[in-house]
Design a protein around this ligand. Sequence first.
Ligand SMILES: [Zn+2]
Length: 335
Amino acid sequence: MINKLKTEKELLNEVRRLRVEGKTIVTYNGSFDLLHAGHARSLAEARSLGDALIVLLNSDKSVKSYKSSKRPIVSESDRATMLASLASVDYICLFDEINPKRILNEIKPNVHANGADWGRDCLEREVVEKNGGRVHILKWTQGLSTSGLIKKIISAYKTPVVKAVFLDRDGTINDNGAGYVYRKADFKFLPGVITAMKRLSKTDYKIFIATNQSGISRGICTEKDVRLLHRYMVGALKKEGVRVDGVYYCPHHPDRGCECRKPAPGMAFQAVKDFDVSLSGSWMVGDRDVDVLMGREANLKTIKLAGPMDKSSKVAPHYYAKDLREAVGIIVKNV
Ligand SMILES: [Zn+2]
């Protein structure tokens, strides 16, 4: 790959060669901090004005001197790398001054492109025209600027990102060894679960339970049974100092092909709608393969309890743990 970043001396050699070949040389300058589509469009327009586009890139020192000590966000070498990856850019040269007048006087471009926001009577006009070139004002790319993007980022992250831990119910929180659990009398917390959930309650993670309850559509129990059991479960946990932020369940039969039955990710997507959860910072813990598959599908980190995945599965969990206590230990360590 041709190295587009040139020292001033190397650049002037290139300029001499281009002149001999009768090429039209275009220059454009800027700091190109956080390269965006507005930059890409302006650079493409500038390139279309001639045979070679030279980007005069404000060095870190230069950017600091006229923007603020907080800028640039991206270092000069990284900004140069980004610019070099654009087909419209032929050469890049860093300059330390506050404006590129001195180097423009050396290059003597045929065309110097400038953004409309800087106006027709830009600082560079005199030196460009003195050397027989012209200034071209680029179309104004409205609504796009690095400062605008920074404001948008700050505003988007002003409130903390909501992260969650999704817990499977049967076999993860309670013992379901004897089959469908829908009666209070049959609901037994697995050993260590309450302590583990208490520990999780002290973190910023929202705690959701996501459970398949096809017993409802199979006629084994009613939706009311499941709701009452969940009310009991949440109440019992609350008494122990455990916070549960939501319980999601799928009442559907597997044959229905709904979007909420694990391994489908519907319950996680519902939590996104309800609580603006960021899935990529969140977790799924469960004892069954479908829990891991659902978690993976929803872009969650996954922890599998109760031994390995089925051999036929091509998908693996991020972690294995022997029980919820160990799983919470992993989550807390990964904050
Ligand atoms: Zn469903």
